[in-house]
Design a protein around this ligand. Structure first.
Ligand SMILES: [Zn+2]
Ligand SMILES: [Zn+2]
Length: 146
């Protein structure tokens, strides 16, 4: 491992949640001012390819690295792309998912279960509600125009 790679890895280990390469870059740059974003990207891809680290999910539109090694699922906001962890127990309680053992017909051996709950986070719901209210007012004004 090169020194840069070691620093990038250590920085990522100290991060929680689902850091993007840009977020990792900001912290690594404090320790290695000369480092480039491209180098951070390259090293993260090496970590992912070697299985040291795991990508959250390839379909969230941007690369995010999973730093939570506990079994969990994700609540993904389709608007701001925020990703929040939800435990298996919470998801079953919610009723969106049956217990894992019942979900595997044909003797399928699951190695990793990845469930993404896509929707709007609390913050984006407020923004969306505001935008809808605003467009209604604009529409009323437009309709009532002589
Ligand atoms: Zn959001
Ligand atoms: Zn996660």
């Amino acid at each position: 491992m090169t020194h840069q790679r070691q620093v990038i890895y250590e920085v990522m280990q100290s991060m929680h949640g689902h850091p993007s390469p840009e977020e990792v870059f900001v912290t690594v740059k404090e320790l290695i001012p000369a480092i480039s974003l491209a180098t951070v990207y390259k090293n993260i891809h090496i970590f992912l390819a070697s299985g040291i680290l795991r990508e959250v999910s390839p379909h969230h539109g941007s690369l995010r690295v999973e730093m939570n090694s506990h079994l969990h699922h994700h609540l993904v906001c389709t608007q701001c792309r925020s990703i929040r962890d939800i435990s298996e127990a919470e998801l079953i309680e919610f009723g969106g998912c049956r217990p894992v053992e019942q979900m595997l017909p044909g003797g399928f051996l699951a190695q990793r279960i990845s469930v993404d709950v896509l929707g709007l986070c609390a913050q984006c719901q407020q923004t969306a509600a505001h935008a809808i209210a605003h467009s209604r007012i604009a529409l009323q004004e437009a309709v009532s125009m002589p």
